[in-house]
Write a protein that binds this ligand. Structure first.
Ligand code: ATP
Ligand SMILES: Cc1cn([C@H]2C[C@H](O)[C@@H](COP(=O)(O)O)O2)c(=O)[nH]c1=O
Length: 217
């Protein structure tokens, strides 16, 4: 992990828009690493602790409060602070491989970007809440909006959460923001094309993990 604190564990996050296949790839990677005898912890954001799961419900309930943008960013940061302190840091300290479905880059993409909160503000909140913890590797899964929509429709029908249900222009902006971050931080991000069969995507993810985290994988 990269916040100046050396720990024996390895921290991998999966990022991307809705329905790009993050949860599917998290599971496949965890199975592969566990098959090699590794101590693997799978978790997600927002969530991962009882408190953070409660905040998740506040944020994502389609019938819930329509938070202002700063309130939304603070709630994500609060959920993350609890998750990092109670689950992620202890697991990394014992040497586990932590695989997290979304992390700080989701806040940067969904609550930041054009017309939203400046990146520096989001990273400041992350510094206060979570000591600025960054992953060793972030896999950005990318699929076309058409494929993502088809998959989500097959999985959820017409249902969506409060943020997932925003319009196509919002989700296009989120995808652009993820791509910009990956361009700007090539040492941490790996971009993987997610629009092919899940097992093919998994092989590409494995290649990234082996290449980036080589000696440890
Ligand atoms: N490579 C793939 N090819 C076809 N279908 C896929 C692929 N990967 C995932 N799916 C299916 O697409 C749907 C969305 O996948 P998944 O839940 O993994 O995405 P996600 O990025 O975690 O979604 P969300 O952001 O909504 O949580 C699921 O029904 C899953 O089975
Ligand atoms: C961590 C995080 C998440 N979001 C949004 C992105 C999605 O719409 C939901 C999470 O749902 P998923 O099914 O678990 O992908 O929350 C966000 O806006 N900001 C964040 O920091």
């Amino acid at each position: 992990m990269t916040d100046g604190t050396a720990t024996p564990g390895c921290f991998i996050t999966f990022e991307g828009g809705e329905g790009v296949g993050k949860s599917t790839q998290v599971r496949l990677l965890a199975d592969w690493l566990e098959g090699q005898g590794k101590d693997v912890l799978v978790t997600r954001e927002p969530g991962g602790t009882p408190g953070a799961e409660a905040i998740r419900a506040l944020l994502l309930d389609p019938e819930g409060t329509d938070w202002t943008l700063p309130a939304e960013a603070l709630l994500f940061a609060a959920a993350r602070a609890d998750h990092v302190a109670r689950v992620i840091r202890p697991a990394l300290a014992r040497g586990a491989w932590v695989i997290c479905d979304r992390f700080i880059d989701s806040t940067r993409a969904y609550q930041g970007g054009e017309g939203a909160l400046p990146d520096e503000v989001i990273l400041q909140l992350h510094g206060i809440g979570s000591g600025g913890l960054l992953p060793d590797l972030t896999v950005l899964l990318e699929v076309s909006p058409e494929i993502a929509t088809r998959r989500l429709h097959q999985r959820d029908g017409l249902a969506s959460d409060r943020i997932g249900g925003r319009d196509a222009a919002f989700h296009a902006r989120v995808a652009r923001r993820f791509a910009e971050m990956a361009e700007a931080e090539p040492r941490r991000f790996s971009r993987v094309a997610g629009g092919v069969e899940a097992e093919t995507v998994h092989m590409a993810v494995r290649a990234c993990v082996t290449q980036r985290l080589g000696a440890r994988a």
